[in-house]
Ligand binder design. Structure first.
Ligand SMILES: [Zn+2]
Length: 197
């Protein structure tokens, strides 16, 4: 939904603030703005009660792998889509740049949820800039202080800047939500979960 609507927004809105920028600069600027706005939307999903009910569908997964990246309530997908389209309308990049940025963000989304363990040395060298699976798994930990950290989607910069960075651990992290295990793998249960008190 997000790539299609973002590209449609670029076709509809035409050139904007990024018009005339070198393609590499426009790509980097859009990637950073998309990452920054997504970081704050993600934080909002955690602090506002109604948004958390929607976002819990993503966090209820007890086995974190690439499929978790696509496990979102339709209402969350709508909010993410609207924010992405609004960002594109505001900045006015070309549709090709939008497609490239959305492709990178999609891959980053699969990457951070991937059931991959990087060698420690390689992970340490990349985490000053990028979110790795071992950083993002902490965001899926069952304990609230942990899943209120590491909100970033591609860069770890925003978490470091705004005090939500949680350093990686060596021990295994149990994923899921303590109060959602019973229906964690039931589609009807998950779709209805925002409406349950
Ligand atoms: Zn979250």
């Amino acid at each position: 939904m997000v790539p299609a609507s973002s590209i449609a927004a670029a076709l509809w809105s035409g050139p904007g603030l990024l018009a005339g920028w070198h393609v590499a600069l426009a790509f980097t600027a859009l990637l950073l703005v998309r990452s920054f706005t997504t970081y704050w939307l993600h934080r909002l999903f955690h602090v506002w009660k109604w948004l958390w009910r929607i976002h819990k569908v993503h966090h209820a997964d007890t086995v974190i792998d690439c499929t978790t990246a696509l496990r979102n309530h339709p209402f969350e997908a709508l909010a993410t889509t609207a924010l992405a389209a609004a960002t594109v309308v505001l900045l006015g990049p070309t549709p090709v740049i939008v497609a490239a940025v959305e492709a990178v963000l999609l891959v980053a989304n699969f990457w951070q949820h991937a059931a991959i363990r990087l060698p420690d040395g390689l992970a340490r060298r990349t985490e000053w800039l990028l979110i790795t699976p071992r950083l993002h798994i902490l965001h899926h930990a069952r304990t609230r202080p942990d899943h209120d950290s590491n909100f970033g989607d591609i860069v770890s910069l925003w978490d470091r800047m705004f005090g939500t960075f949680n350093p990686p651990r060596t021990e295994t992290v149990a994923a899921g939500l303590c109060d959602e295990d019973a229906g964690a793998h039931s589609l009807p249960h998950q779709l209805a979960s925002p409406f349950r008190t």
